[in-house]
Each structure stands twice: as structure tokens, then as C-alpha cells.
Design a protein around this ligand. Structure first.
Ligand code: FES
Length: 99
């Protein structure tokens, strides 16, 4: 998760190198060390995909690679767990639900 706003009540945030990734074709600035889930949450996604049969939304649940609720497509590879996948510069991410 990324804290977006600076505040005097929190210590200064040390971020990794700036990266650009494509989220559903849109260039987005992210930071080295963040996960795919972090960039999706910052971009306003709460549902990362929908169930094929019922169309029920699915998103971040356990946040540690156990539940498989956060599956997205990364660089053309489907069913990648967003919560345990680190960002790389130029990565393409396809999530199922636009905010
Ligand atoms: S949120 Fe559970 S595996 Fe990603």
C-alpha cells in the first residue's frame, strides 16, 4: 500500500526508484518495491476481476498470497497474484474492473 499524501504526523516516506507501468493501457507512476496490488489500489481499483460465471467482483483479501482473490493479467500472463507480485518498469497490468 502506498501513502499518497505527505503529513506532519507521519515520518517522511522513503520511496524506491520511480517506475512507469501500464494499467489497462494507461501509464501510471509507481515505485520500486511496491506490488501490483499497491498500484491498483492507488489507482482506485477495489475489484481486480470478476468471477466468470457469477460476475461477482473479487479484489484484495488476504494480501499475502493465500486466497487467490487478487488475480490479474501481467505482461499477458493470466492468473497472477497481484498482492505478491513486485512491479517492474514497463510492466503491463490488466485488471477487470475500472474504478
Ligand atoms: S489477496 Fe489473497 S492471494 Fe492476493
Amino acid at each position: 500500500m502506498r501513502i499518497k499524501n505527505e503529513t506532519t504526523r507521519l515520518p517522511r516516506i522513503a520511496r524506491g526508484r520511480s517506475l512507469t507501468v501500464l494499467v489497462n493501457g494507461k501509464p501510471v507512476t509507481a515505485y520500486e518495491g511496491e506490488t501490483v496490488a499497491a498500484v491498483l489500489l492507488v489507482e482506485g481499483f477495489r475489484a481486480f476481476r470478476h468471477m466468470p460465471a457469477s460476475a461477482e467482483p473479487r479484489g484484495l483479501y488476504c494480501g499475502m498470497g493465500i486466497c487467490y482473490e487478487c488475480l490479474v493479467t501481467v505482461d499477458g500472463m493470466p492468473n497472477v497474484r497481484a498482492c505478491v507480485t513486485s512491479l517492474r518498469d514497463g510492466m503491463t497490468i490488466e485488471a477487470g474492473a475500472q474504478p
